[in-house]
Design a protein around this ligand. Structure first.
Ligand SMILES: Cc1cc2nc3c(=O)[nH]c(=O)nc-3n(C[C@H](O)[C@H](O)[C@H](O)COP(=O)(O)O)c2cc1C
Length: 379
């Protein structure tokens, strides 16, 4: 009990420092510039075991109720870092010390891809979201794979793959070949894969949400799908019919599960409260929360709870994460909540999850997965 109180006090202090001192300074500068500086700090902290240990003392939180096994992988907690924060796999040593239960590296494109022109990242402070128009900037799968090869990580590492964002890869065969290039380069690296078919910021749009094209893509990735747990990252703006089309094909190819969801393009969903919003780019944070929750619920329902779901989009608190878990997510992941609330939010969410599980009489996080949907089904 004393350790509990000490941990909660520590989180409250770090939260205060972030909110009232660090964040006001960081938010004065261009978001991509700050992201690059933070990556530099993270790389430095990850390099030395003493700094990693110190970081885990400031941010870490462990509890047996959060230990879970999903798709054959073991997780010390269900809260991961979503794709896009560590595109190049430079933070894999420090992310577990910050408290993440898993991390998704990338998206990494098969061939190098410069992405869109800067500026390409904006904060929407009133809406508590970001506008992301990176357009899959990546040094390419050969380069990232060389960096990660042989590295052991303290938590499961998912690698998100995509095709390079360049007109040369807009032709279907070239696009598929680039995904395959990434799959081959990452053979034997990390514990899981994510096929990103839902980047909203690329020249060729999202061709692989079309079932026939997706079928050919997954056919070309059969070897990867059969050797490592493989997830599909779903868009936030699909109709129910489009989602059903994707799932039917994906199930035929034995996809392990789905990440619900990527960014939303919709600026008219009632969650954008800032006056000036860039025209291009996908929206994250609170703006995508409802769409991703609706997608998650639908996918849980149509897969009968048999696929593994990872809930992403607008997680700022334990209650946000728990809602996704009760709706059917075995794991959750975030980026924007950490940027707005501070890195201690991972520990705060995990601590809050334990409290919420106890309130509901569960003894482990796995018991809460899909609880709301099961309850509705029984009515
Ligand atoms: C800066 C940034 C870059 C992103 N890049 C990627 C990416 O490369 N691949 C991907 O699948 N999702 C990417 N995303 C989407 C996130 O993984 C996530 O699905 C989305 O931001 C919703 O989660 P959040 O509200 O917790 O940020 C990116 C998001 C942000 C904020």
């Amino acid at each position: 009990m004393a350790a509990e109180t000490a941990g909660a006090t520590r989180d409250a202090i770090v939260h205060w420092l972030y909110r009232y001192i660090l964040k006001p300074i960081l938010f004065l500068f261009d978001p991509e510039f700050i992201h690059d500086r933070m990556t530099g700090v993270g790389k430095l902290l990850g390099r030395y075991s003493l700094l990693r240990w110190k970081t885990s003392k400031v941010f870490g939180f462990q509890h047996p109720m959060l230990n879970t096994t999903v798709a054959g992988m073991t997780f010390s907690n269900p809260v991961g870092l979503s794709a896009g924060f560590d595109k190049e796999g430079q933070l894999i040593s420090i992310l577990p010390a910050v408290g993440f239960g898993f991390m998704e590296i990338g998206s990494v494109t098969g061939s190098p891809s410069v992405g869109n022109e800067k500026p390409r990242l904006w904060r929407l402070q009133k809406s508590q979201g970001l506008v992301v128009h990176y357009g899959l900037n990546s040094s390419g799968s050969a380069n990232v794979a060389a960096r990660l090869h042989g590295k052991k990580t303290d938590v499961p590492m998912f690698i998100s793959i995509a095709k390079a964002n360049h007109p040369d890869f807009d032709r279907e065969e070239a696009g598929i070949a680039d995904y395959v290039r990434a799959a081959n380069n990452f053979r034997d690296i990390g514990q899981a894969r994510v096929i990103n078919i839902s980047c909203p910021n690329t020249t060729g749009g999202e061709p692989f949400i079309d079932p026939a094209r997706l079928d050919r893509l997954l056919g070309a990735l059969t070897e990867m799908i059969h050797t490592v747990p493989t997830f599909i990252k779903l868009p936030a703006d699909c109709t129910v019919e489009e989602l059903d089309g994707i799932i039917v094909v994906a199930q035929r190819h034995y996809i392990t599960g789905y990440i619900c969801t990527n960014l939303t393009k919709r600026r008219d969903n009632g969650h954008v409260h800032d006056h000036e919003v860039p025209v291009d780019g996908g929206l994250s944070g609170k703006i995508v929360q409802d769409s991703s929750n609706e997608t998650l619920k639908h996918v849980y329902k149509i897969t009968g709870g048999k696929s593994v779901l990872i809930g992403v989009g607008g997680i700022f608190t334990a209650a946000d994460a728990y809602k996704k878990i009760r709706a059917g997510a075995s794991l959750v992941a975030l980026i924007t909540g950490m940027i707005f609330e501070g890195p201690q939010v991972i520990g705060e969410i995990n601590r809050g999850l334990v409290w919420l599980l106890k309130q509901d009489g569960f003894s482990n996080i796995s018991e809460a997965v899909g609880a709301d949907t099961r309850k509705t089904a029984l009515r």
